[in-house]
Design a protein around this ligand. Structure first.
Ligand code: 2IP
Ligand code: CA
Length: 377
């Protein structure tokens, strides 16, 4: 099953290339940022190119995974639907084909004959690449492909990707907003229990290439299954700190901000992107990420959750943690699972992390947050 990790790393790098190509190649960038209206609008053209970029990445990952692991057919789930409508009400299903020329023909049709755009995208989708990662190459794990399923978020932080500032990530620390907050997330979970077991995060825009106008990225991975807990990070020992740094969405409720700010020696910080905020926890840049509302989904948290588990941390339902604390239940907090939709909900809401989230490397921070938030959410 280590082959799955190597495959996911390669396909995440191809995904990052598609994301970079769409911003770096002028014909694609124009499509990405422009929404043509009124008389300018070509009705045969796909309504929403930015969603097309997301769907292409998702379908490319799905295609490459199922080509190597047919057992995963029907078990690779993503944020986006792959059926599109153009301004004439015609619908087209976007898939990646086995043959390059077939993918090219399909994309040219969706893009109403824009051969330049179709060819740039097709080249990035069908490129063969081998990412070098020694630790992943030497990994062995006995996990059966029939036992797992996958959540893909092709681009988390889409708004940062589309409008994002051309801002590089500092060597130490994180960006509150901008292109570095956009991530490709691929998470693997057990079909039977929903436990996340493998995660790959690719950050396409880490720093600007000093030689040109392009960007270089970086990738991270983690595996937590049975006795195996391994990741692209070197294991750090947790240092007991007397301050508590909490990362939040800038849209977090004021009552939650006030409650967390009342924890002695706490600092509140803000960044864009649900995946990026969990990545900041993974990297030890903050102690926790807290979100009080159900505005993240299984595809946002599955991959970074697996990385946190590989490092001894986790992601739990915030409301449940607060409820347990109020009820005096001090046992270990259950973590989020990824296999069961919420009954009675429709569409994407079936897969929301409904009770909010708390992501941590050290579970002792949960009670500090829960105590502060009791009666406030
Ligand atoms: C979004 C994205 C947003 C995040 C939201 C996610 O995913 O990560 O940035 O909101 O929760 O669902 P915030 O930045 O306020 O945390 P996507 O970009 O894939 O829609
Ligand atoms: Ca997302």
């Amino acid at each position: 099953m280590a082959e799955l990790l190597r495959l996911l790393l390669n396909v995440s790098e191809k995904a990052a290339n598609v994301a970079r190509v769409c911003r770096q190649e002028a014909p694609l960038f124009e499509l990405l940022v422009q929404e043509k209206k009124g008389a300018e609008k070509n009705k045969k053209f796909i309504k929403d190119f930015k969603t097309l970029a997301d769907v292409i990445i998702q379908e490319m990952i799905r295609h490459d995974v199922c080509a190597q692991f047919p057992e995963l057919n029907g078990f690779v789930h993503g944020e986006e639907s792959n059926t599109f409508e153009n301004g004439l009400g015609e619908s087209v299903t976007v898939t990646v084909c086995a043959q390059e020329e077939d993918t090219m023909a399909l994309l040219a049709k969706v893009l109403d004959g824009d051969q330049t755009a179709a060819s740039l995208l097709t080249n990035a989708i069908h490129q063969k690449l081998q990412l070098r990662d020694e630790k992943a190459e030497s990994l062995q794990i006995s996990l059966n492909p029939d036992d797992v399923a996958i959540w893909i978020d092709p681009i988390d932080g889409t708004s940062q990707y589309i409008e994002g500032k051309d801002e590089e990530e500092p060597d130490e620390g994180f960006c509150p907003s901008g292109l570095p907050c956009a991530l490709v997330l691929i998470g693997v979970y057990l079909r039977a229990t929903g436990q996340p077991v493998m995660g790959v995060i690719n950050q396409p825009f880490k720093c600007k290439d000093p030689m040109g106008h392009g960007w270089t990225g970086q990738h991270f991975w983690g595996v937590s299954y049975g006795d195996v807990n391994i990741s692209s990070f070197t294991q750090r020992s947790l240092q007991k700190r007397d301050h508590l740094s909490v990362l939040l969405s800038s849209s977090e409720k004021q009552a939650v901000k006030d409650a967390l700010a009342s924890i002695p020696n706490s600092t509140l910080m803000y960044a864009s992107g649900a995946g990026y905020k969990i990545l900041c926890v993974i990297q030890g840049l903050v102690d926790m990420y807290v979100l009080s509302e159900g505005t993240t989904y299984k595809w946002d948290s599955c991959a970074p959750h697996a990385l946190l588990r590989a490092l001894g941390g986790g992601v739990s339902d915030l409301n449940e943690c607060v409820r347990s604390h109020v009820n005096g239940n001090d046992g270990p907090r259950p973590e989020l699972t990824y296999h069961e939709p919420h009954g009675g909900s429709k569409g994407v809401d079936r897969w929301a992390n409904r009770g909010g989230v708390i992501a941590y490397l050290d579970s002792s921070v949960i009670d500090k947050a829960a105590a502060a938030l009791a009666g406030k959410i």
